[in-house]
Design a protein around this ligand. Structure first.
Ligand code: 6GP
Length: 822
């Protein structure tokens, strides 16, 4: 009886678990049950957090049945599984997601109502799971939800950071970073799997066995322990697993040291383990570059691969069938060390020869690139790599020798080109190039928008693409319509369904039917009323968070995303200053009232990004206090941007700012969320904006500025921002005001260097695009003045975003990369 769990139970008559009812009365009884027996509290003393936990546990029970069924079914079908390896999963809250996908919203509301608890209130208490920085992490979360929704058996693998993305506060307009403590009240969604743990090694030396096969004797060893969170697909069709690893010491306490009186030394291993899964590096599209980061990358890659191989061998018993049964997707280069780790496991543990192992590795692994920014291409100093991962270094040299041999054999590359393809950068300090490692170890390398994929072929991977021309392909990003329409904007969702029918959540293309009512005055009125209600709600949030009153009938013009020079928040602020000047010089004109909203975090070490946040706040302070512009212009920077704040801001936007320097934003996904929620986009021909224009129609989007080719041309041939600035009176005046301290009277030099950067080099083309941007903003004003036209355009935006559902993206991955859908 003790061994029951490991025995074949098929011929035993075990009782089955009781199916969970979704009747509101039953749900209410279950909630009280969890409160009593799991949390140990009486309803009379339960706090709102206790009610939330009890409600989550009840919802989770409804998920578990479908979860086990999904797992069993994949096993039975002997199907292929997808493994999505990502350092980041920016999930946000899970309660509303799970309840809507289970279609239990009404029932849960009623059940909690019977207990005198409001669902809407307790779900606001749920902390955001903020295990990501921005676009890359949020994409991983949308993909997890879509894979479950389109019925692909998939596991997400990542790190269970104890402290996710930092909490941002503003102190006198400056960003202050505070630790995020999302696990403070426990996490009722996750299941700790103490039995699923793997040993992870670092350092040490290699014992040679024979030509291929080696034994690595690491000097440091830790456990990786699994925590599983169920991810519910639309209508609970399938429930997949997000498996996050936490590091544990193998020797929690070195008793010998402790007894010697060395109490700190005795805990050394525990502390080192804790550091591994402690914090998310808050660098977005910029490399963290520290040894701990490489340790984190290897830690979760190795644990995930060991788990994948264990599952494969348990079911199929033969390692060589791995590529037919497992597709491993690397989310950017963060898990790129997986290429070497899979090789090590195949050769040293599964005793394959190098050639067979290399063939299996390439057929199993695929890699997604998310940025072309040269500074973001990860590379590690060879000495550091060698010291932490000696066996992997050896394998990388061997892989490199093979790739360079293949390159030379073509006879088409000169020495410089071969050096560029090498996995080792030999300029100055020798470094391991993680992008090249991911490229050569994968059968598919994809970009995230059409433009980005083409640029990848022409720039970073130019020669590798020539050597392996069939590998690069495009998978334009998408967003899940469940979270980014149905849940965040129920008003628009319900109104749309009157026209489109009920299928839009499984087929976002059906939104197209809204085109037929775009010009209909009665429909426009209802559409505008929903937008207005969303704006009223946001106005409430703004007042509560920063004490600023804004007029919900004004145009809400929003730029929310990580603060980065290439995203050009600075251009938006400078244009705001120019507009402010204009309004003051021409108060008699009929200005379209605007509320300019900003939110986003800056990497802690990114000086200019932090200064841009301060500038937004300085400009806001001056503008908002000026009675001359009071009725037409307000500026606000909302602190602590996260998924939950986005869910309030996106549905309330009239205008979406997607104004990156062309060629620099790989795709963007915020752009898609806004358009789906009926905002107009002002943007450059960058990333997925290009494809959005094709789908929405050029007449329904406001495009301005240089193209990617023009930017490249200007950079190559030199360009003089001073001349451009001199030729633009508006820009000159705005820059002068900023650099002379009009917005920073207490520190007049605060922005001198920032503006000098624009005058001297202007790498991001702020000056070059300024006039075109300002003119486009005046076009926007013109459209705003013709409300029926604006509403028609906004409706057409929502109608034509079907292509940008992440279900479409995931089906393309499934067909063209993973081979899990026909
Ligand atoms: C981002 C890109 O900057 C963004 O354009 C894209 O939409 C998103 O990835 C999803 O593909 N990249 C990152 O966040 C990043 O860290 C290494 O890239």
């Amino acid at each position: 009886a003790l061994l029951r769990g490991q025995m074949d139970t098929t011929d035993m008559n075990l009782p089955s678990p009781t199916p969970k009812s979704s009747d509101p009365a039953r749900l209410a009884a279950d909630i009280v049950d969890r409160l009593t027996y799991r949390i140990g509290k009486d309803a009379t003393v339960a706090t709102p957090d206790d009610w939330l936990t009890a409600a989550v546990l009840v919802v989770r029970d409804r998920v578990v049945e479908r979860w086990m069924e999904s797992t069993r079914e994949t096993y039975r079908r002997e199907g292929k599984r997808v493994y999505y390896l990502s350092m980041e999963f920016l999930i946000g809250r899970l309660m509303r997601d799970a309840v809507t996908n289970l279609e239990l919203v009404g029932e849960m509301q009623e059940a909690l109502g019977e207990l005198g608890v409001e669902l809407d209130l307790i779900r606001e208490l749920e902390p955001d799971a903020a295990l990501g920085n921005g676009g890359l992490g949020r994409l991983a979360a949308c993909f997890m939800e879509s894979m479950a929704s389109v019925d692909i058996p998939a596991y997400g693998y990542g790190i269970r950071y104890q402290n996710g993305m930092f909490r941002q506060e503003l102190s006198d307009g400056w960003q202050v970073e505070l630790p995020e403590t999302w696990l403070e009240h426990g996490n009722p969604w996750e299941f700790e799997r103490r039995e699923s743990r793997y040993e992870i090694g670092f350092g040490g030396h290699i014992e040679r066995d024979d030509a291929d096969n080696c034994t690595w004797k690491p000097a440091e060893r830790f456990w990786a322990e699994a925590f599983d969170t169920p991810i519910v697909g639309w209508k609970a069709k399938r429930v997949n697993t997000l498996r996050l690893w936490r590091a544990e010491p193998i020797d929690p306490l070195e008793l010998e040291a402790f007894n010697r009186g060395d109490h700190m030394g005795a805990l050394q291993d525990s502390m080192k383990a804790e550091a591994l899964s402690r914090v998310l590096y808050p660098a977005d599209a910029t490399p963290a570059g520290q040894a701990l980061r490489l340790r984190q990358e290897f830690f979760f890659s190795s644990a995930s691969l060991q788990d994948i191989l264990r599952r494969h061998m348990a079911q199929f018993g033969r390692i060589t069938s791995l590529p037919e049964k497992a597709a491993i997707q690397l989310n950017d280069t963060h898990p790129a060390v997986s290429v070497a780790e899979l090789m090590r496991l195949l050769i040293d543990v599964h005793n394959l020869d190098f050639d067979t192992a290399w063939d299996i590795t390439k057929r199993t692994i695929a890699y997604t690139n998310h940025t072309l920014l040269p500074e973001a291409l990860e590379s590690w100093p060879v000495p550091l790599f060698e010291q932490l991962l000696p066996r992997h270094m050896q394998l990388i040299y061997k892989i490199n020798a093979r790739v360079l041999r293949e390159a030379r054999a073509t006879g088409t590359f000169d020495d410089a080109q071969v050096a560029g393809m090498s996995l080792i950068d030999e300029h100055g300090e020798r470094r391991v190039r993680m992008g090249n490692l991911a490229f050569v170890g994968a059968h598919s390398i994809n970009g995230v928008s059409g433009l980005h994929t083409e640029l990848m072929k022409e720039t970073v991977f130019k020669d590798l693409h020539k050597l392996y021309p069939l590998r690069i392909n495009n998978k334009t990003n998408g967003i899940t319509p469940r979270r980014w329409l149905m849940q965040c904007n129920p008003g628009l969702y319900n109104l749309s369904r009157e026209v489109t029918g009920d299928s839009i959540m499984s087929d976002l293309d059906a939104m197209k039917a809204l085109d037929t009512v775009a010009e209909d005055a009665a429909f426009q009125e209802r559409f505008a009323a929903i937008k207005r209600a969303n704006k009223d709600r946001l106005a409430g949030v703004i007042e509560k968070r920063i004490g600023l009153k804004v007029d919900p009938s004004a145009m809400f013009d929003i730029q929310i995303k990580r603060i980065h020079e290439y995203k050009r928040q600075l251009m938006n602020i400078v244009e705001t200053v120019a507009l402010y000047d204009q309004i003051r010089s021409h108060p008699e004109r009929a200005w379209a009232p605007r509320v300019k909203l900003f939110a986003g975090k800056a990497a802690s070490s990114y000086h200019n990004a932090k200064l841009i946040i301060k500038l937004a706040n300085d400009v806001a302070r001056v503008v908002n206090a000026d009675p001359a512009t009071r009725d037409v212009l307000k500026v606000a920077f909302l602190p602590n941007y996260n998924v939950s704040l986005a869910e309030v801001m996106v549905p309330a936007a009239d205008l979406s700012e997607q104004i990156s320097t062309a060629g620099m934003e790989a795709s963007g996904t915020g752009n898609m969320k806004f358009a789906l929620n009926g905002a107009l986009t002002i943007g450059t021909l960058d990333g997925a904006n290009v494809e959005m224009r094709e789908h929405i129609g050029a007449e329904n989007i406001i495009i301005f500025g240089l193209t990617a080719a023009e930017v490249a041309e200007k950079r190559a041939n030199g360009y003089s921002p001073e001349e451009v600035i001199a030729a633009s009176p508006e820009l000159s005046q705005a820059l002068k005001a900023i650099e002379s301290g009009v917005f920073s009277p207490e520190d007049r030099n605060r922005y001198a260097d920032l503006v000098a950067g624009l005058r001297m080099s202007d790498w991001f083309m702020v000056a070059a695009d300024f006039d075109s941007y300002a003119a486009a903003q005046r076009d926007v004003d013109g459209i705003w003045a013709e409300q029926p036209r604006w509403q028609a355009m906004a409706i057409r935006n929502a109608a034509r975003m079907g292509y940008f559902s992440s279900d479409r993206t995931i089906r393309q991955y499934g067909r063209e990369i993973w081979n899990v859908i026909n």
